[in-house]
Design a protein around this ligand. Structure first.
Ligand code: ZN
Length: 173
């Protein structure tokens, strides 16, 4: 089932999300819905707060051409980041059509719980590393525009407020 994606600014995108206590049917359903919503958007990553669920969970698939590699990370934690940094032009499904360069560690190791309830750990690189850091930021109420200067951030926020007003109006007609 597709879930509506929240658009910034929204208080639910600024919250520190709660850990998932147990992998229940509800969590499995949420993971399915999040993957479906991410592929439909389309995007390479989606965090639970973006669909209004303030839980520590994210989905991603950074394979653009080729066999899909859907991943579900529950309670993810960055255990190591490289000193080497990488710059990517990032976007966000909650901030449509806005892109900006963000500098982050080029490699990160992440530990998480899988849908099977088992612990997993992997070192990510390239787009995967950028994506997993961007999504984990969401779980801490942080957006990629928080890395930008205040003027750029305000400009983007104003554009999003305008977009939301326009969308709200078009629903009324
Ligand atoms: Zn995002």
């Amino acid at each position: 089932m597709l879930r509506p994606i929240l658009i910034h600014p929204d208080p639910r995108l600024k919250k520190l999300c709660d850990p998932v206590a147990e992998v229940t049917d509800e969590i499995r359903r949420l993971a399915d819905d999040m993957l479906e919503t991410m592929y439909d958007a389309p995007g390479v990553g989606l965090a639970a707060p973006q669909v209004g669920v303030t839980k520590r969970m994210l989905v991603m698939d950074c394979i653009k051409d080729g066999t899909p590699e859907p991943m579900v990370l529950i309670n993810p934690e960055i255990t190591w980041g490289s000193e080497d940094l990488n710059v990517y032009e990032e976007g966000c499904l909650s901030i449509p059509d806005q892109y900006a360069e963000v500098k982050r560690p080029a490699l990160v190791s992440v530990r998480w719980t899988g849908l099977d309830g088992k612990a997993d750990e992997r070192t990510f690189e390239g787009l995967w590393a950028t994506c997993v850091q961007h999504e984990i930021d969401h779980l801490n109420g942080k957006l990629f525009i928080d890395y930008l200067g205040p003027l750029k951030r305000q400009m983007i926020t104003r554009k999003m407020e305008k977009l939301k007003r326009e969308r709200a109006r078009s629903v009324d007609v």
